[in-house]
Each structure stands twice: as C-alpha cells, then as structure tokens.
Ligand binder design. Structure first.
Ligand code: MN3
Length: 241
C-alpha cells in the first residue's frame, strides 16, 4: 500500500466512525491484558459450540439458553469462588478432582458442574444422532452386544438415577462401562463410587429438560439420541484408551 493511501485511510475512518478503530483495538488489547492478569488461574465459561436453537426440536432453545448462560455460568463463578485461596487454585480441574474429597464440598459440587457441562455441550450437535462408527462402534458392540443393547443399558442408568445426576459411558481398565452419578459428581473424582475416564454423558437434572418435558424424563432421554455428536465421543474414546 502506498504511504499516501495509508494515511488517507487512517484519517478517513475516524471521521466516519466517530472513534478511531485504532484506539478501539488498543483499548480492547489493554482490557484483555487487564482481564488475563486478574483472572490468571480462573476458570471460564466455554462458549456453547452451536446456537441455542441448534438442538431443536429435541432440546428447546430456552432450555439451552438458561442451562448454559445461567446454570453452567453459575457453576463456573461459584467454582472460582470455592477454590480461591485454597491449594486447588492454579491446578487443572482434573488435578483438583484427584483430591476433591480434601476440599470443601463446594469445590466438588461446582467443579463437577463446570467439567460435566463443558463435556456435555460437546457431545451434542445440530443434526446429530445416528449410530456410532469406527473404534467406538466396535467397542460398544463387544462390550454391550449391540448399539441397541448399549442404549437400553444407558437409558436405564439415566432413568433410574434418583433425583439429580448424570449417566455416563466411561473407560475403566481399558473397557467400556455405563454408570450414573448423583448431583455433579463424576468418575474422575477421588471419592467416586466407580472411577474411570468419561467419554460420553447425559444430564438428567430437571433443569436439562423440565421446560419442554416437565416430569417426562424418559421422553427426554429417548429424544437425546437424536442430538449426539458421535465424532466427539469417538475422539474422547481415542484419548481415553
Ligand atoms: Mn445441567
């Protein structure tokens, strides 16, 4: 670009926009630095990887908006508060889970809420569903007999979890297993009933389905299979082995 043209464009834009785009971007850079200084070891709410209405008609837009922006956001905020000033500060969430029973209960409850939801958004997608493929499909067939048998086992775990909690597909000792946990517990926690590496999960808290399904948890569970991102579960499986 010729110098004269460059000068012209710098001068011309502020006149039109009212505020120099250069000073705008400098401002945001400074703010970013301030933010990262202040939030060094803090956990952040990951953005939803699709729009709020992407999972319609199976999971409705308002549920997704409240679930992500309010529930998940609250877990993140409360987790940061719970670890502040403790030995958990600065550690990864997986490291914290390895000793979670040594911390106040708020670390477990909110840390689980942070981790579980972050994983949950990613195992769903628009136009998802169908059957798993590749190594995961083979492992499901050899562990459960067939995909349908796996679904029956998983649905049963999700349906019979009393109160709030999660159903999980985990890798335990190199094999697949289906479990469920209460509240925001997860199988990476030191005090988990069954420990393992989670690769797939389903939220069965009422906040995950009540607006659309009210008390009909089994209907929500049945429809959940239409939004699954099997590529993501395959990726989780590959890194868990
Ligand atoms: Mn939830």
């Amino acid at each position: 670009m010729k110098r004269s043209k460059f000068l012209f464009s710098l001068a011309a834009i502020p006149l039109a926009a009212g505020l120099s785009p250069l000073s705008k971007s400098l401002n945001s850079l400074v703010n970013q630095n301030e933010r990262s200084k202040n939030t060094m070891s803090k956990f952040e709410l990951p953005p939803l990887p699709y729009s709020y209405d992407a999972l319609e008609p199976y999971i409705d837009k308002m549920t997704m908006e409240i679930h992500h922006d309010k529930h998940h956001a609250a877990y993140v905020a409360n987790f940061n508060k719970a670890i502040e000033g403790t030995a958990a500060e600065g550690k990864t969430i997986e490291e914290i889970f390895k000793n979670v029973s040594k911390y106040p209960i708020a670390v477990k409850n909110n840390g689980g809420g942070v981790y579980n939801h972050s994983m949950f958004w990613k195992v769903m997608k628009k136009n998802g569903g169908g059957a798993p493929t590749g190594a995961l499909a083979d492992a499901i067939n050899s562990s459960f007999g067939s995909f349908d048998d796996f679904k029956t086992t998983f649905n049963n775990a999700a349906t019979t979890r009393f109160g709030s909690g999660w159903a999980w597909l985990i890798v335990k000792d190199g094999k697949l297993a289906v479990i469920s946990t209460a509240n925001q517990d997860n199988p990476l926690m030191d005090n988990a009933e069954t420990k393992g590496t989670p690769i797939f999960l389903m939220d069965v808290w009422e906040h995950a389905y009540y607006l659309k399904y009210q008390n009909r948890r089994p209907e929500y569970i049945a429809n959940f299979w239409n939004v699954i991102n099997w590529d993501e579960v395959n990726k989780n499986f590959a890194s868990a082995k």
